[in-house]
Design a protein around this ligand. Structure first.
Ligand code: ATP
Ligand code: MG
Length: 413
């Protein structure tokens, strides 16, 4: 390739700019605010981990591990993977960093994730999530709190027409019994299933319920339901979650075939999905889950830790941002217009004082001096401070309503 040609961006990555970047930032800022209301502690996690962190925690038979990971050998010959999700890395840290001492630990984070998928609307190879986890909490109250937090977040983002779809996968025993019944049921029609589902029939039959392939969907409707296999404990757990949600006023729907893609889920599994025909469904197209998660009581053991109950969720920031809609870039609180280049020093002092007083401020000091005032008006600035020389004297004019004018005078004095 010629050296003068500009390299193209990598397929499935995004350069987010303008109103979309504002919507993205709004999602992250709102999440930061809400997670503090619920007293989740902030964590920052590595973007890459040893490959086994994900293959062991998520499960070899999942799509994420078998098809979607960005894995590579580093210069030392170690197999590393760019994180495809947050939960596995946070669980690893819980075990290696002694975070057990803080249990029950409520943590939140956000950042980029990487999955080798077919890029399309709402689906990228580098995408971003917000993520919340409660580790070391066995009681259904933890599930309820997490779901309330998700519900409040969506409300504060102004997102409507998205409903919580809720299921239980039961405890280990219920899940095993259900699994055996699914193998029997789908085994009888094995030849008619998609290739993927034929392959996962014995390894991971729950995943067939999650398949989007029409050949599988045909049989999913009549498949055995978890409710037939729930132990009394598992049923009581689910009842406690649903009555907690009812008490908190969180709207939910039972979704009996919802299993989630990953191996580690137990008990509660959930997704927030746009309602059919809603504006949200229109905005997202077929990539419809905005937020998903559940209880992963089995995960710590797969990483060599002691059994540790935990529950969490993650949501795609891009998908939330699409539902938030365009966020305009607001004009500055104050534009400082320099109508005489001699006064640039005064302008720099003034703008510094305005910013120090907490007002956003922008300097307008380029182009023809006579046109700068109009330029400031067009920029959408709420107020304007114009500096000019009149009759040989520096002169300051303020164009603002009374409230803003008083604030500006106070800052500049
Ligand atoms: P899907 O069924 O859409 O592939 P998933 O079950 O793989 O989703 P999770 O692993 O549960 O998704 O991730 C939680 C959220 O992260 C999803 O609900 C979605 O909002 C977002 N997400 C997942 N994969 C992508 C992607 N490739 N691009 C953009 N957002 C994504
Ligand atoms: Mg996926």
């Amino acid at each position: 390739m010629s050296k003068t040609q500009t390299p193209r961006p990598i397929r499935g990555t995004q350069d987010i700019f303008g109103p979309e970047a504002e919507a993205f930032a709004f999602v992250v800022e709102t999440f930061e605010r809400v997670r503090k209301l619920y007293r989740f502690r902030r964590v920052e996690m590595p973007v890459f981990e040893k490959t086994e962190v994900f293959s062991r925690a998520i499960g070899e038979t999942t799509d994420v591990v078998s098809k979607e990971m960005y894995s590579f050998e580093d210069r030392g010959g170690e197999s590393l993977t760019l994180r495809p999700e947050f939960t596995a890395g946070i669980a690893r840290a819980y075990l290696t960093e002694g975070w057990q001492q803080y249990a029950p630990l409520k943590v939140a984070t956000h950042g980029p994730l990487f999955r080798y998928e077919r890029p399309q609307k709402g689906r990228y190879r580098q995408f971003h999530q917000i993520d919340a986890e409660i580790i070391g909490a066995a009681e259904p109250q933890a599930d309820v709190e997490l779901l309330c937090m998700a519900d409040q977040l969506l409300k504060e983002l102004g997102i409507e027409g998205v409903t919580l779809h809720l299921n239980t996968l039961g405890d280990g025993d219920s899940r095993e019994a259900w699994r055996a019944a699914l193998i029997e049921y789908f085994g009888a029609v094995q030849g008619e299933l998609s290739e993927d589902s034929q392959e996962r029939l014995h390894k991971n039959p729950l995943r067939i319920l999650d398949s989007k392939d029409p050949r599988d969907r045909k049989f999913v409707g009549d498949a055995p339901r978890i409710d037939q296999f729930l132990s009394d404990d598992a049923r009581a757990f689910f009842d406690a979650v649903t009555s907690g949600l009812d008490a908190a006023g969180v709207r939910w729907e039972r979704a009996e075939t919802l299993v989630r893609g990953l191996d580690y889920y137990r008990h509660t599994a959930f997704e927030f999905i746009p309602d059919e025909g809603s504006a949200a469904a229109g905005a997202l197209g077929s990539q419809s889950t905005v937020l998903g998660g559940g209880r992963y009581d089995g995960l710590m053991e797969s990483l060599g830790g002691a059994p540790t109950p935990a529950v969490g969720w993650a949501a795609g920031i891009e998908r939330l941002a699409m539902l938030v809609g365009e966020k305009g870039e607001a004009g500055a609180d104050v534009a400082v217009v320099v109508e005489d280049d001699e006064l640039i020093g005064d302008a720099i002092v003034a703008i510094g004082k305005l910013r120090a007083a907490g007002m956003s401020a922008e300097l307008v000091a380029s182009g023809s001096p006579r046109k700068r005032f109009d330029k400031a008006v067009k920029s959408g600035a709420v107020s304007i401070v114009a500096l000019a020389t009149r009759d040989g004297e520096a002169d300051r004019r303020i164009k603002a309503d009374d409230v803003h004018a008083a604030k500006i005078e106070a800052a500049l004095s």
